[in-house]
Design a protein around this ligand. Structure first.
Ligand code: ATP
Length: 306
């Protein structure tokens, strides 16, 4: 079982030709509410990739909270340890325009009220193969969850996003860190992925740096270095590619796969996610990931796009 202690947000997305200036009102083209947040995204990615998943987090006592809980449960995720707290759920207010791209306001809401795992959360964490953490919750809550996992001998996988200064008390509990190249550069000060990987291994035993369409690199203190190229696909929307990659990677490792095989599995999953729009809407199911891997094995990808 994989446990995710993280954020659940409702993404409220307005599509408009030109974003309004201060004081201006414009008419939008379309509006969507889409469940998101890095924690919920990773939980859904891992569940679709084939793991039993428990989500630990908080939603508000509003309609978005009901919808977020329903979405997680609908993906087959255990929501027993999702609290409903007074006030609004976490919201990402996103304006997508035709000119400058996206502007986003994240209001943490219920996510911001988490302070760390309670006794029931700890009991559940202790049964997990791994705990997936991101940094969209208060840092002290993330540190407390990492400590609880470490004390129970449970592997901790950290996605260090958004970038914040990482306290030593968190890093000492982390087994595997998975930043993208910008986050890796922010943490280590090195723009070169291999140099960043070396610097990350001074902090934690294993690291993966994802490189978008250039794939991902892996390193361990034991001396292994790997590069997994991205599966060549026609990318239409890379939203949540990273969360899909991490969710699938954690599933493969929990199944006992070696790092090289786990990277291939994660890369196949992420390649499917970038071929489709949205976050949770784009995350692949296990049989789709297995199909990509079989096609690669058969060498089909050497000749054609999948
Ligand atoms: P996001 O913030 O959009 O979730 P990210 O910046 O965290 O993504 P990336 O490094 O962009 O993460 O991508 C994660 C993984 O997704 C890559 O390592 C790769 O396997 C896959 N991927 C990303 N872009 C592409 C692409 N254009 N084609 C194929 N695979 C891709």
């Amino acid at each position: 079982m994989l446990a995710v202690y993280g954020s659940a947000n409702m993404d409220v997305v307005a599509y408009v030709a030109k974003a309004p200036k201060r004081g201006e009102t414009v008419t939008g083209r379309a509006f969507h509410t889409i469940p998101g947040g890095k924690g919920a995204n990773q939980a859904i990615a891992a569940a679709r990739a084939g793991a039993e998943v428990a989500f630990l987090g908080a939603v508000g006592d509003d309609a978005f909270g009901v919808e977020l809980r329903r979405t997680l449960a609908g993906a087959g995720i255990s929501v027993e340890r999702v609290r409903t707290v007074p006030g609004p759920s976490g919201v990402a207010h996103i304006v997508v325009d035709d000119e400058a791209g996206n502007s986003i306001i994240v209001v943490p809401g219920a996510n911001g009220m988490l302070t760390g795992p309670d006794a029931a959360d700890r009991a559940l964490l202790a049964r997990a193969d791994a705990l997936l953490l991101q940094l969209e919750l208060p840092l002290e809550a993330v540190v407390a969850a990492a400590r609880a996992a470490r004390e129970a001998g449970v592997r901790v996988v950290l996605t260090p996003a958004p970038v914040v200064e990482l306290p030593a008390e968190l890093l000492e509990c982390v087994d595997l860190i998975v930043p993208n190249e910008h986050e890796a550069a922010g943490i280590t000060g090195s723009a070169d992925p291999q140099d960043a990987l070396s610097a990350l291994l001074d902090l934690v035993p294993e690291a993966v740096v994802t490189l978008g369409g250039r794939g991902a690199v892996y390193g361990s203190r034991a001396g292994t270095r790997l590069h997994e190229p991205a599966v060549p696909v026609r990318a239409v929307d890379t939203t949540a590619a990273g969360d899909t990659f991490v969710g699938a990677l954690a599933v493969a490792r929990a199944e006992g796969r070696e790092p090289a095989e786990a990277l291939r599995f994660a890369s196949a999953a992420a390649s499917l996610a970038v071929r489709r729009h949205g976050a949770s809407t784009s995350m692949p199911h296990r049989h789709e990931i297995d199909d990509v891997l079989s096609a690669r094995l058969a060498g089909l990808n050497n000749r054609t796009e999948v």
